[in-house]
Design a protein around this ligand. Structure first.
Ligand SMILES: *Cc1c(COP(=O)(O)O)cnc(C)c1O
Length: 405
């Protein structure tokens, strides 16, 4: 019999989402009629594709039905790279050849790890988006977990004590994942925080992989929208952005990675630009995202579509702020939300993440996500998503007012 990869046995993290769904399904019809379910669990957009993006998507369908469009370039269509440079990255001096189009940050995380030597030391925030760790595990970079932690992976605590900011460790790590604004804590890194990481990476010749999936939620002067606002970052940082949360593309699949020309790695004894290796990797394993979706992506960067997306994002942020204010007024501790669609709600003592999740679900019919699903240091919190409607947000307020501990 063929042998499966043993690394699957090393996956530790709890499968949160299926359990959450199962528990929500188990609520009785009768009780739900009296109190409808409010879903603040999913980290996914709340509206269909519409407006300028819908128009471009329909035009692209017509286009491929009248003009033959075969395989596109494996690093993405030039029209989309140009739009990205014009609208988003030209201001940081990034050129089209440093932009690589992909079908999701999720796939790029796994693929990017292929570029680095198996001995590379990796550092990850805890808690954070679970995909970084799972990709490390499945690519054989870890042994079995001990008490939920992998000895090979350096933990960067994002807790109340660190102000939810991952701090550079004393030891040298070769690859550091950063997520800003971070999922699930909703907290973002300031210019000062990012400068420390760039200095760390310069000192140790490390590569920073910055997941900026929620960049569009950032506002305010002190929080950079890109790590390339920090001098020197182009020598050490890859930045990942996605159309998923920004433009409602989670089901369409479109993202991009910035790998600057000046980011060098050692290939055997030669210093080589990392983006040359990435180009090679993409050329042999990827044919680029669908032409239709890349057309829609270019349209998403038009002035009209950006204004429309901003309205959605402002609405998500407003819902988050309303929920957060109500939660704090009720005497709880709650973080995040300013630059992010996520609230990080501290469980009242002595409840664990799952116990508080159960309380919110059973008593108030509100779905949250237990913080322990995002890493061991997420225990003691639940994540609320503000990818929701104003209507559901209002319904939640009276329920929050009934919560007493
Ligand atoms: C949702 C999310 C993504 C998803 O990106 P895709 O481009 O849809 O694969 C990436 N990173 C974080 C932190 C996310 O929360």
């Amino acid at each position: 019999m063929s042998k499966a990869s043993p690394h699957f046995l090393k996956l530790h993290q709890e499968l949160i989402f299926p359990v959450v769904e199962e528990k929500a399904r188990a609520l009785s019809e009768n009780s739900l009629q009296a109190k409808p379910l409010l879903n603040f669990g999913v980290g996914d957009v709340a509206f269909p594709i519409r407006g300028a993006i819908k128009k471009a998507l329909l035009e692209a369908v017509e286009d491929v039905c009248t003009t033959r469009r075969g395989y596109g370039p494996s690093t993405g269509h030039p029209f989309l790279k140009k739009a990205i440079v014009d609208v988003e990255y030209g201001k940081y001096g990034i050129k089209a050849q440093e932009v690589f189009i992909s079908d999701g940050i999720m796939s790029d995380i796994t693929s990017l790890l292929e570029l680095f030597h198996k001995d590379s030391k990796i550092a990850l925030p805890n808690p954070t988006y679970p995909v970084y760790l799972d990709s490390c595990v499945l690519s054989g970079r870890t042994s079995f977990p001990k008490k939920g932690l992998y000895p090979e992976i350096t933990q960067l605590p994002c807790t109340l004590e660190t102000g939810f900011v991952p701090k550079p460790p004393r030891k040298k790590c070769d690859i550091v994942f950063l997520c800003t604004p971070n999922n699930p804590t909703g907290c973002s890194l300031t210019k000062d925080d990012l400068s420390k990481w760039v200095a760390y990476a310069k000192k140790h010749n490390s590569v920073l992989i910055v997941d900026a999936a929620y960049e569009a939620f950032i506002h305010g002067k002190d929080t950079p929208k890109s790590i390339y606002e920090i001098p020197g970052a182009k020598d050490v940082a890859i930045e990942l952005r996605s159309f998923s949360k920004t433009s409602g593309f989670s089901g369409l699949r479109l993202s991009y990675s910035i790998i600057p020309d000046s980011l060098m790695v050692k290939l055997d004894k030669e210093e080589t630009p990392l983006n040359k290796i990435w180009k090679q990797r993409q050329a042999v394993t990827f044919n680029g995202p669908s032409y239709l979706i890349q057309k829609a992506g270019a349209a998403a960067l038009s002035r009209k579509a950006l204004e429309e997306s901003k309205q959605d994002i402002d609405l998500y942020r407003k819902c988050g702020q309303i929920l957060k204010d109500a939660i704090i007024a009720q005497g709880f501790e709650c973080f995040g939300g300013e630059n992010s669609p996520y609230l990080w709600w501290k469980c009242p003592e002595p409840l664990t993440s799952w116990e508080f999740f159960d309380y919110l679900l059973q008593k108030h019919h509100m779905i949250s996500i237990p913080g322990s699903g995002f890493g061991s240091l997420g225990e003691g919190y639940v994540r609320l998503s503000s990818f929701t409607t104003e209507e559901d947000t209002k319904k939640a307020l009276s329920r929050i007012k009934e919560m007493k501990f």
